[in-house]
Design a protein around this ligand. Structure first.
Ligand code: TZP
Ligand code: MG
Length: 216
């Protein structure tokens, strides 16, 4: 499986202006190729119902990843799972989901990135790039330099996460990331579809810029 990581939308039931389902549908309408269901405060059964609904919204249009909950990812046969440093081990996730499923891992430094790649992660999320109010325990911003540093030492896809918006997403791409993961820059906007389109346009322009500098 080789998903497009350019713009990775993460749902948030506490920040949405409508519903996480509406956000997912609007994000996809705006061109988002990958969506993560992230829900910290609900029981398994409720998450199961919600995740199935988002999975059906994503069907054939976007890859669908479950945050944290390996059992949920397994049960609905999601495209993959996203793990933090405190979550399930990569080995256990791989054993549970098999080789055709995506395992993403959050990393905060170069050593964690090298380790996660070695253990078989499919992509890395470098976190938090900028200050964010969305995740209270996100820690100190690492800046885009860490993306550049990790890019030089690893081969798997890299995304930036944390405080990324239309004003700074170009920096994330120019630093060498394959894409950016966002919550509020889509779901807290008046028009999430328009917000997604706008972010994707900036990503595209800056990827072209990266290609030009590589080939000149
Ligand atoms: N992991 C690290 S920062 C973050 C997560 C889930 C939240 C990112 O939210 P926002 O609104 O895009 O800053
Ligand atoms: Mg987690």
């Amino acid at each position: 499986m080789n998903p497009d990581y350019s713009l990775y939308f993460i749902t948030d039931s506490t920040l949405t202006r409508k519903t996480i389902f509406d956000d997912a549908a609007q994000a996809i309408a705006g061109g988002v190729p990958i969506i993560q269901y992230r829900e910290k405060n609900k029981a398994f059964e409720e998450k199961l119902t919600e995740a199935k609904l988002i999975q059906s919204i994503c069907a054939n249009k976007a890859s669908f990843i479950i945050n944290d909950d390996l059992a949920l990812a397994k049960q609905i046969n999601a495209d993959g799972v996203h793990l933090g440093q405190e979550d399930e081990s990569i080995a256990n996730a791989r054993k549970t989901l098999g080789k055709n499923r995506i395992i993403g891992v959050t990393v905060h430094n170069l050593a964690q990135a090298i380790q996660a790649e070695k253990e078989g992660a499919d992509y890395l999320a470098v976190s938090p790039i900028f200050a964010t109010a969305t995740k209270h325990d996100a820690g100190k911003p690492c800046g885009t330099q860490l993306i550049t540093q990790i890019r030089q030492k690893t081969k798997i896809p890299l995304i930036g996460i944390g405080g990324i918006n239309a004003a700074n997403i170009s920096e994330v791409i120019l630093a060498g990331a394959n894409g950016a993961a966002v919550v509020s820059a889509i779901c807290a906007q008046k028009d999430p579809r328009q917000a997604a389109e706008n972010l994707l346009q900036i990503i595209k322009e800056n990827k072209n810029e990266t290609m030009r500098s590589v080939h000149s």
